[in-house]
Design a protein around this ligand. Structure first.
Ligand SMILES: *Cc1c(COP(=O)(O)O)cnc(C)c1O
Length: 230
């Protein structure tokens, strides 16, 4: 099957409320255009430079899409990131939150952000501990930053292996998400971004309303990118 068929098939299989972020790393402009033609709306990028290149090469089309940063953001790339991205899914410290807020303030724009929760992946240090009090503390801190709008939680977790092993972590993140929604309760917090190609079905069962898909839509990447891509 081609990219378009893959996308349409998955779109049909999963509930309509679940948003699909198209993990675009290492993909060509043509591949991205194909998935846009099929109805794709959100592009997920791991690297600021790659995102800029894709954004520019798509021309007018790029402006109709939403761009989400799903890789870890280096402080010296924030200004560039703010030119491309609508949302940064990978805030995991007060320092990073503050740095993004400050640069967004300079541009006088409010940026959508997610907190990244580290769900027991030993391979990446990214993400805050999946502990409610810790996530809440960061969320509270962020709610005092006027140029950030906290709209979601994101989890990474293992890309390979049995997706059932991720279920308990997805559930834990969902619990944190629901508690936060109750306690922060300004209505902005509404996206739970979890699940990738091998785990999106389990993630949706456990409450994800946003999944980040690369391989199942575009096919295997042409290199061995290991377990994560940062
Ligand atoms: C690459 C990547 C994905 C998608 O991974 P696939 O296994 O190709 O679906 C999702 N999230 C992040 C953060 C990624 O880097």
């Amino acid at each position: 099957m081609g990219i378009k068929e893959n996308y349409l098939q998955i779109r049909k299989e999963i509930p309509g409320y679940v948003k699909i972020v198209l993990a675009a790393k290492m993909r060509t402009k043509e591949e991205i255009e194909e998935v846009i033609d099929a109805g794709g709306e959100i592009i997920g990028e791991n690297y600021v430079q790659e995102a800029e290149r894709m954004y520019e090469s798509l021309g007018e089309e790029a402006k109709r899409l939403k761009w989400h940063m799903i890789g870890s953001l280096q402080k010296n790339k924030i200004n560039k990131a703010l030119r491309v991205f609508d949302c940064i899914q990978t805030i995991d410290s007060p320092e990073l939150a503050e740095a993004v807020n400050k640069r967004a303030q300079n541009l006088n724009r409010v940026i959508s952000v997610f907190i990244e929760v580290n769900i027991g992946s030993e391979i990446t240090k990214a993400g805050v501990e999946p502990n409610y009090e810790i996530v809440k503390k960061l969320a509270e801190y962020m709610s005092g930053l006027r140029y950030l709008r906290l709209e979601g939680l994101m989890t990474m977790g293992p890309r390979v292996g049995n997706p059932e092993d991720s279920r308990v972590y997805f559930r834990k993140t969902k619990d944190i998400f629901e508690k936060l929604q109750k306690e922060i309760s300004n209505g902005d917090l509404r996206y739970l971004s979890m699940g990738m190609s091998n785990s999106y079905k389990v993630a949706i069962e456990e409450g994800a309303n946003m999944v980040r898909l690369g391989t199942v839509i575009f096919g295997k990447r042409g290199y061995d990118d290991g377990n994560i891509n940062r």
